[in-house]
Write a protein that binds this ligand. Structure first.
Ligand SMILES: O=C(O)C(=O)C[C@]1(C(=O)O)C=C[C@@H](O)C=C1
Length: 355
């Protein structure tokens, strides 16, 4: 046989192997579903060993060419692929546990998904980019504090897509093990949360009590749970997590404190019929560049829902959102025309107009 003919033979067998690997993975998927519904462990080394020994025996009986080591190497790799496949899709979020981002993640993925608290926004992006988590949940803007720069920087740097948005109403509670407000000697919270509850603290006579800022409201609940003379200003979930009784709910001075979150992943959504699209735009430095760009949206009758300027690495860019999906004819045309300037960040089901 010629080399070409031999290679054709190899290609034919590789095709069969590929189909068989996929067929195997289909069964593994079923096993994974079964295990995830009962909480059984994914990794079963004894079962892997049993398979290897059986295959080596069979290989020997049939006078196969593969060595024992080769069988081990090939099949151990296959088991690793299977285990990764069986793992439920992990969700990385800006932690710690019981943070408002955790709440947003649970709103989207339910209470039993595999969650991974990560301490920085960049860390969340990295987990998803490296395939350690399928989804990442990060805040993008808050009605009092505005846009979250770290999230925009990461959207600019990483090649992930926004696949959904979530809106959460931010409510604070005062939680404590103290029986009476008068017993409270110190309050733990995040610095901005103290500021959001000034009026309440004055009303209940806690305005002169020592305020101890910590890195998150979840941490505040954890600290207060260890000290019967302390209270925490935190979320309801954080109080529950640390078994801290809630004394007052909704203690923020102004209502309507909302935070919007993005869910990022490694794929793009298909159109749903009620989509919103987010892009970053870097325009040339010439008079009227922004006006000309926006005019194309006006002419195509595309409703802009947000435009914010932002500095990334010393360069001014625009964060822009509008109604519709990337695949809509009129949006495709604009993307073609401004290909050089636009970084597409995602088209996803519209949940909210604004925070
Ligand atoms: O049999 C199982 O329990 C599986 O999950 C399947 C499988 C395999 O690929 O054969 C994968 C992972 C386990 O460690 C053992 C075996």
């Amino acid at each position: 046989m010629t080399l070409e003919a031999l290679r054709k033979e190899i290609d034919r067998i590789d095709d069969q192997l590929l189909d068989l690997y996929n067929e195997r993975l289909k069964i593994v998927e079923e096993v994974g579903r079964l295990k995830n519904s009962t909480g059984a462990p994914i990794y079963r080394p004894e079962r892997e060993r049993e398979i290897l020994e059986r295959l080596k025996r069979r290989n020997r009986e049939r006078g196969g060419l593969l060595s024992d080591e080769a069988i081990e190497a090939l099949f151990l790799e296959l088991f690793a692929v299977a285990r990764n496949y069986e793992l439920p899709e992990r969700v990385a979020f800006l932690g710690p546990e019981a943070s408002f981002t955790h709440q947003a993640a649970e709103k989207k993925f339910g209470a039993t998904s595999a969650y991974l608290p990560i301490h920085t926004i960049k860390g969340v992006f990295r987990e998803v980019a490296e395939g350690k988590a399928k989804f990442g949940v990060v805040p993008i803007e808050n009605s009092f504090n505005g846009i979250v720069s770290d999230t925009i920087n990461c959207l600019s740097d990483y090649d992930l897509k926004i696949v959904a948005e979530v809106l959460i109403e931010i409510h604070h509670v005062l939680a404590t093990k103290a029986e009476d407000v008068k017993q409270i000697k110190r309050i733990y919270s995040k610095d901005i949360a103290f500021g959001q509850c000034n009026q309440f603290l004055e009303d209940v006579g806690l305005d002169l009590v020592e305020q101890i800022p910590v890195e998150s409201t979840a941490k505040a609940a954890q600290m207060a749970a260890k000290d019967p003379e302390a209270a925490a200003i935190c979320s309801e979930v954080a109080a529950r997590l640390y078994h801290l009784p809630i004394l007052f709910k909704n203690i923020e001075d102004e209502g309507n404190n909302r935070t919007r979150f993005f869910i990022v992943s490694d794929f793009e959504n298909r159109p749903s019929g009620r989509d919103k699209t987010t892009i970053l735009v870097r325009l040339p430095h010439r008079p009227g560049a922004l006006v000309d760009f926006l005019n194309d949206f006006k002419e195509a009758q595309i409703g802009l829902t947000k435009i914010k300027s932002h500095i990334v690495g010393g360069v001014s860019i625009f964060f822009i959102e509008f109604d519709g999906h990337k695949e809509d004819e009129k949006i495709r045309k604009i993307f073609e025309k401004h290909e050089e300037s636009i970084k597409f960040l995602g088209s996803y089901v519209k949940e909210a107009d604004d925070v």
